[in-house]
Design a binder for this molecule. Structure first.
Ligand code: DC
Length: 219
């Protein structure tokens, strides 16, 4: 029997990872960051000197890359890529890789297998409630204003807030307008705007939602 599946979607920098990890801890289940999978493929693409817009060559990389996306570390072809997948180069190339339908199909299969193997879990991304797990026990759409998201990213990683905000708006545009599985709110999703909330408040709100629905209860 499969345990609860909790889908968390939303734009970049809205607090999905923080929420996802906290909920997974609370329920004692695994956590999968699917954005890290797209980033890991992108890292391999750049490392092999492939053009991220060359759909066939990128698919070739996705089919042959050896990657492990764990909760602590991301390994790609035997290299620890945990830090580099968050870097500027990967971040600016990842939208092209994520827009590749064949790569998406491969990664969606891997995400479904992960859940089957683990017997449920918290899965975070852009299309989890809409495409990957339409029957998830709970779907959350976590969002925040571009300004707030930019401020949070800069507080974590440094940089300029205006530039960060512009890059976030551009990435939202690419993610929401691509043909395959664009970022969209599933009608069954609970939307959580984290703009005015602290991390603790966000986690408390999600845990309340989880408990109200008895997701994972009785296990
Ligand atoms: O969440 P993130 O910033 O690490 O995501 C990296 C990129 O991957 C971003 O362009 C959105 C894309 N992505 C996606 O298309 N589908 C997912 N399920 C997760 C991420």
């Amino acid at each position: 029997m499969t345990g609860p599946v909790i889908a968390i979607d939303g734009p970049a920098g809205a607090g999905k990872s923080t929420v996802g990890r906290a909920v997974a801890d609370r329920l004692g289940v695994g956590y999968l960051d699917t954005g890290a999978m797209y980033r890991a493929v992108t890292f391999a693409v750049l490392r092999r000197g492939v053009d991220p817009r060359d759909e066939e060559a990128v698919l070739g990389v996705a089919q042959t890359v050896e990657m492990t996306v764990g909760e602590e570390r991301v390994m790609v072809d035997g290299v620890d890529a945990t830090r580099e997948i968050r870097g500027r180069e990967v971040t600016s190339a990842v939208s092209s890789v994520a827009a590749n339908p064949a790569v998406r199909s491969l990664l969606v299969d891997a995400q479904r297998s992960w859940v089957v193997t683990r017997g449920g879990g918290v899965v975070e991304g852009r299309d989890i409630g809409t495409v990957v797990f339409p029957d998830a026990d709970l779907k959350l759409f976590v969002t925040a204003s571009p300004r707030v998201r930019a401020e949070r990213r800069v507080a974590e990683a440094g940089g300029d807030v205006d530039e960060m905000e512009a890059s976030i708006i551009e990435r939202d545009r690419l993610d929401s307008t691509r043909e395959t599985s664009p970022l969209a709110v599933d009608p069954a999703a609970v939307t959580l705007d984290t703009s005015g909330l602290s991390i603790d408040e966000v986690v408390a709100a999600v845990v309340a939602e989880v408990e109200a629905r008895s997701v994972g209860g009785g296990r």
